[in-house]
Ligand binder design. Structure first.
Ligand code: X90
Length: 276
């Protein structure tokens, strides 16, 4: 029996050690180029090109065919998507599910709307991996990850909200903070799966302190943490050290944002997924 984890590329996952994973790419699109957020995307090159490009840039979610391809051949599929409040990815994954089940009536597919993105999706995928490794039943994995996802938080720190604002993914009040030099917007994924601003921080040191304090405020007590950064390994490490100082045994690691998260989090952006 083939059991598979399928995520969209906003999860920043290439593979997991124990279980077969497929990542379905979102796309970043300009008049001149289309960047497919697949394994071979050169994120640095994309960000470099976009920095020099003055036209409009948009993104698109995977279509149902892209999802269908990723389900192909599997008996049980666990899907984790970016928040349905900001993307059509979840909807497309569901359309593909119906089609796949029609052709494969014995297969099972569960699709979790993460109401979040990036490292929070990674934590859910790691949890599924763990449960598959323990040979837990499909229905029990489904129940577990629904509860688990509610015990996860996503905090972000952004130096620019230009791309989020120009693509209508944040409200006006947040958009007005765009590009104010040296200011970072700290926020979290809301219960509805939207961006919820929490604080403004002046300078990188203050941003790291604010993120840490917000994690504690949010209920962090030493569980798993995944930090995704967009060309900002320095601050990611500062945050990791700060957490390790208080919680020496915490399971934490740092990863790079892939294409979609890099485009929206922009240079300097940090996304922190953690257990509460
Ligand atoms: O379907 C599409 O075209 C993709 C749209 C994605 C829009 C939002 C991406 C956010 C990426 C930014 C900070 C974290 C936000 C958390 C929100 C729940 C990362």
């Amino acid at each position: 029996m083939i059991r598979r984890i399928v995520v969209d590329s906003s999860a920043n996952i290439y593979d997991l050690p124990q279980v077969e994973v497929k990542s379905v790419p979102l796309k970043i699109i300009t008049d001149k180029n289309e960047y497919v957020d697949a394994y071979d995307l050169d994120t640095e090159d994309m960000i470099g090109h976009l920095a020099k490009y003055n036209g409009k840039t948009t993104t698109s979610c995977p279509n149902s065919n892209d999802w269908l391809e990723a389900y192909e051949g599997a008996d049980e599929v666990f899907v984790v998507t970016i928040t349905s409040a900001l993307s059509g990815s979840y909807g497309a994954a569901n359309l593909a599910r119906e089609e796949y089940l029609e052709a494969n009536p014995n297969a099972k597919i569960y699709i979790l709307d993460s109401l979040s993105t990036g490292p929070q999706m990674r934590l859910v995928a790691e949890r599924i991996e763990e449960l598959i490794d323990k040979k837990v039943l499909f229905e029990d994995i489904v129940d577990d990850i629904n509860i688990y996802n509610k015990k996860l938080e996503l905090i972000f720190s952004l130096e620019s909200l230009h791309n989020l604002a120009s693509n209508g993914r944040v409200g006006f009040s947040l958009a007005t903070l765009v590009g104010v030099l040296g200011i970072r917007v700290i926020g979290k994924a809301s219960d509805e799966g939207t961006l919820q601003p929490i604080a403004k921080a002046h300078g990188k040191k203050k941003a790291v302190i604010t993120i840490y304090n917000e994690m504690i405020q949010g209920g962090y007590i030493g569980g798993k943490v995944r930090i995704a950064h967009c060309f900002n390994e320095f601050d990611a490490k500062e945050l990791l050290n700060r957490i390790r100082n208080e919680f020496p045994n915490a399971d934490i690691f740092i990863e790079k944002c892939r294409g979609l998260c890099s485009f929206y989090a922009e240079k300097g952006g940090l996304l922190i997924g953690f257990e509460i």
